[in-house]
Write a protein that binds this ligand. Structure first.
Ligand code: HEM
Length: 445
């Protein structure tokens, strides 16, 4: 069958293509392109050709069937100054070796052993909260999931100055997003004010992660945590990872391992604060199954409504709202020709709102939709909060268990009401952040 040349899509402007529309409101852009142009749309970012794949079969073809002909896209590479060449951004043999090295820490049985630490650190956070207090729950959840990642993956108790770390992290990501928007990009070695600020923020983040590695090395007994495994790992020829490789891996696992989880909790509580009926059903499930306890591994299969709330929250506010791949050779997709170097976007934000799979009211928060076997009926890539194929999220089991344990441990003690007057919006950076945190008042249950 002859291949068509290009699917339909928005034209944008002559030089920039759709960069400005995307930068102005990227969630609306992705949603509108999928709605207006269908399963496969094409547009330009400057000279770069970008396709948005919105049909589950096309997404499966890119992530799974043709995975070996794609690498991560320019958007993922844009964050390399922070993430380095770690598991999220690396490719080929090097990526495979690092993935195999990290995998044991994420196998189901190993992940189950982290449950008590997750519950204990959540209860610890609760001792610092007071009923009636107004807090930024996003900041607190990020603090908590950071402590959990450090303890479970790196065997460490001291998170350092979290507030400053989070500030510098968001600052660095915002600067890198800005850089993406500009058609003219000065190389990092040119000391433009923006480059200097980016480098300063990244240097701070590196220093913190170097500190984690040094603390791991300084322990008298090497632990069996992930960081110790990475430190001890040797190649077939006996060489160890360089300091920079080790830091890249540690930075990636630390960031990927806590920011996304904090966002799942933040958006879940936001949705629950606006859906009192769902919140009451959750509380009923917890009092029936847990009676005030934190969930143990044995409880995890007995909390279907909690699972449904988490699934529905990641449907509407997917922490990873956009993933992408770049073709390394000429390929076919949906009857169209993909050239080497073309980018394919796949957006959880827009796909998870597709009325074909989540209609008739895809915007509605309705955890019940997951209770009658929807997950089994859906085409596999209609819902893909953790991606898929060989690059699927390594932390899927970790993240789902953590969300359940934290939601139930915190939710049995407190309800949240979003502060009146608080501006709640989305700030899509590398993940889907709330634009101004999530200020909420704690109500004792
Ligand atoms: C709700 C929480 C989470 C979400 C929504 C999420 C989402 C994702 C997605 C969509 C990808 C694939 C990206 C792509 O295909 O380009 C990914 C990859 C990854 N995630 Fe997660 N993630 C979560 C939690 C975690 C946790 C807890 C960890 C580690 C403790 C983690 C570590 C990673 C790593 C290392 C990769 C790269 C895997 C590879 O390419 O081999 N994630 N994640």
């Amino acid at each position: 069958m002859p291949l068509h040349t290009l699917p339909p899509g928005p034209k944008g402007t002559f030089l920039a293509g759709c960069i400005r529309e995307f930068s102005r409101d990227r969630l609306a852009f992705l949603h509108n392109v999928a709605r207006d142009y269908g399963d496969l749309a094409c547009f330009r970012f400057g000279p770069r050709r970008v396709f948005l794949a919105s049909h589950p079969d096309l997404i499966e073809q890119v992530l799974v069937t043709d995975a070996k002909h794609y690498i991560k896209h320019f958007g993922a590479r844009a964050y390399m100054p922070v993430l380095g060449n770690g598991l999220v951004t690396s490719e080929g043999e090097f990526w495979l070796r690092q993935r195999r090295l990290s995998q044991p820490a994420f196998l189901k049985n190993r992940v189950l052993t982290y449950a008590p630490v997750m519950a204990e650190l959540a209860r610890d956070m609760l001792t610092r909260w007071q009923p009636g207090e107004s807090v930024d729950v996003y900041y607190h959840f990020s603090d908590l999931t950071s402590a959990i990642a450090l303890k479970t993956l790196f065997g460490q108790d001291n998170p350092g100055d979290r507030k400053e770390f989070l500030n510098q992290l968001h600052h660095a990501f915002a600067l890198l997003s800005d850089r993406f928007r500009n058609l003219v990009k000065f190389p990092f070695w040119i000391p433009t004010p923006r480059n200097v600020r980016t480098k300063r923020a990244v240097a701070y983040l590196h220093k913190v992660v170097d500190g984690f590695i040094a603390a791991g090395r300084a322990r008298s007994e090497p632990g069996d945590d992930l960081l110790s495994r990475l430190v001890a790992a040797r190649d077939e020829d006996g060489t160890r990872m360089t300091e920079v490789q080790l830091r890249d891996e540690a930075m990636t696992l630390y960031l990927a391992g806590h920011e996304t989880s904090a966002l799942t909790l933040t958006w879940s509580w936001y949705l629950l604060a606006n859906n009192l009926e769902a919140e009451q059903k959750l509380a009923d499930e917890w009092s029936r199954v847990l009676g005030g306890r934190s969930p143990s591994p044995e409880d995890l299969s007995n909390l279907p409504y909690t699972d449904a709330v988490i699934a529905e929250s990641m449907r509407l506010y997917p922490p990873a709202y956009l993933i992408g791949r770049e073709a390394t050779t000429e390929l076919e997709l949906g009857g169209y020709r993909i050239r080497r170097g073309d980018t394919i976007f796949m957006s959880q934000w827009s796909s998870h709102r597709d009325p074909r799979y989540f209609g008739p009211d895809p915007e509605a928060f309705r955890p019940e939709r997951w209770l009658d076997g929807l997950a089994k009926r859906l085409p596999k890539y209609a819902y893909f909060p953790f991606g898929g194929g060989p690059r699927v999220c390594i932390g899927t089991a970790f993240a789902l268990m953590e969300a359940t344990i934290l939601l139930a441990t915190i939710g049995q003690r407190y309800r949240f009401t979003v502060d009146p007057g608080a501006i709640i919006g989305t700030n899509p950076q590398i993940t889907l952040l709330p634009s101004h945190g999530m200020p909420a008042t704690l109500k004792a249950r």
